[in-house]
Design a protein around this ligand. Structure first.
Ligand SMILES: [Zn+2]
Ligand SMILES: [Zn+2]
Length: 327
């Protein structure tokens, strides 16, 4: 295989010499101000001129038909198109582009955290990020292809080279479909300490089609999935709730289950749920869709609909991070 062409180590060194670009909550402040250093700042001049310190990185992408190598910005158009509806607001698409670029580059071989041996990323959304090729997008969008592609390409171009930066490194920047009212702290779900991935209130994702869902399971089916008896289901008790309002731990008949395990076993849209046993049914009232950590995609769209700039969206869901222009 060709040696990785993500020439980012020299970029890292140069980047450390550059000022970070803070994420301001308001993009339309009239008077210029010096670059800010925290997300809480209201500085308007968050943007530094493109420095062109390095060429656009190349990405090794593992697909079903082999490993492709393509321009990072071109790859990101295919990721944003696959991960977020093209109907979303432009600023939401731009926020998604920064999150996707940060995810990509934080998992490149040059940064020491690759997820593949012969590629930087794959096309599996459950492992890396979803990606659709031009041919797949043409097939999916039909007559709308040109307009939708142009919209997403413009949203990606608006953020060219920008990544989220935290504590001297590219932030990993996970995202989910709809948080259901509050995002989740990564530390509570995955362990570790990522201070910018904390529970953030979200009042913008109520238009998500899966904002609220009720799942109904026969007790026999639920008992089989949880390896317990139907009578033990009657003892279901919440032991601990996460800071984002999800089930952290729950006991059933003396056994303990994490929210993530329950979500997987019962095939729930999220670990944010309450429940009721009625007759021979277990009814689960779920909030949101996805793990809930990081950017809430429908929330980003809701914020953008209220006029938020992509920097304000990122500052809300990744508090304390800054924007760094890597190329
Ligand atoms: Zn992967
Ligand atoms: Zn949300």
């Amino acid at each position: 295989m060709p040696r990785c062409r993500l020439l980012l180590l020299p970029i890292m060194i140069l980047a450390l010499l550059l000022p970070c670009l803070a994420l301001p909550p308001a993009p339309d402040t009239a008077s210029p101000a010096p670059p800010a250093t925290t997300a809480a700042s209201t500085a308007a001049s968050y943007w530094l001129p493109p420095l062109q310190i390095a060429p656009t990185p190349r990405v090794r992408l593992q697909t079903e038909s082999g490993t492709l190598e393509l321009d990072a910005e071109e790859y990101l158009i295919g990721v944003v198109a696959a991960e977020m509806p093209a109907s979303f607001s432009a600023e939401a698409l731009s926020a998604q582009a920064v999150a996707a670029r940060s995810y990509l580059l934080s998992h490149s071989a040059d940064y020491g955290r690759p997820r593949h041996t012969e590629a930087d990323v794959c096309i599996e959304s459950a492992h890396c990020q979803a990606y659709l090729s031009e041919a797949e997008l043409r097939q999916r969008w039909g007559a709308e292809y040109e307009a939708r592609y142009a919209k997403i390409a413009a949203a990606v171009a608006q953020t060219r080279g920008l990544v989220l930066w935290y504590a001297g490194a590219i932030a990993e920047a996970p995202f989910c479909s709809a948080c259901g009212g509050s995002s989740e702290a990564a530390a509570e779900l995955w362990g570790g300490t990522r201070d910018y991935l904390i529970a953030a209130e979200c009042r913008w994702c109520a238009h998500a089609p899966r904002y609220r869902q009720t799942e109904v399971l026969p007790l026999s089916e639920a008992a089989a999935a949880l390896c317990c008896t139907e009578s033990e289901l009657l003892t279901m008790q919440l032991v601990a709730e996460s800071s984002g309002g999800r089930v952290a731990s729950l006991s059933i008949g003396g056994s303990s289950y994490s929210g993530a395990e329950l979500r997987q076993r019962l095939k729930l849209p999220s670990a944010a749920f309450s429940w009721l046993i009625a007759g021979d049914e277990l009814r689960l009232f779920c909030r949101g869709y996805g793990h809930g950590v990081g950017l809430c995609q429908y929330g980003a769209d809701g914020m953008a609909a209220e006029g938020a700039h992509f920097t304000a969206i990122l500052a809300h869901y990744y508090p304390g991070t800054q924007l760094m222009q890597l190329y």
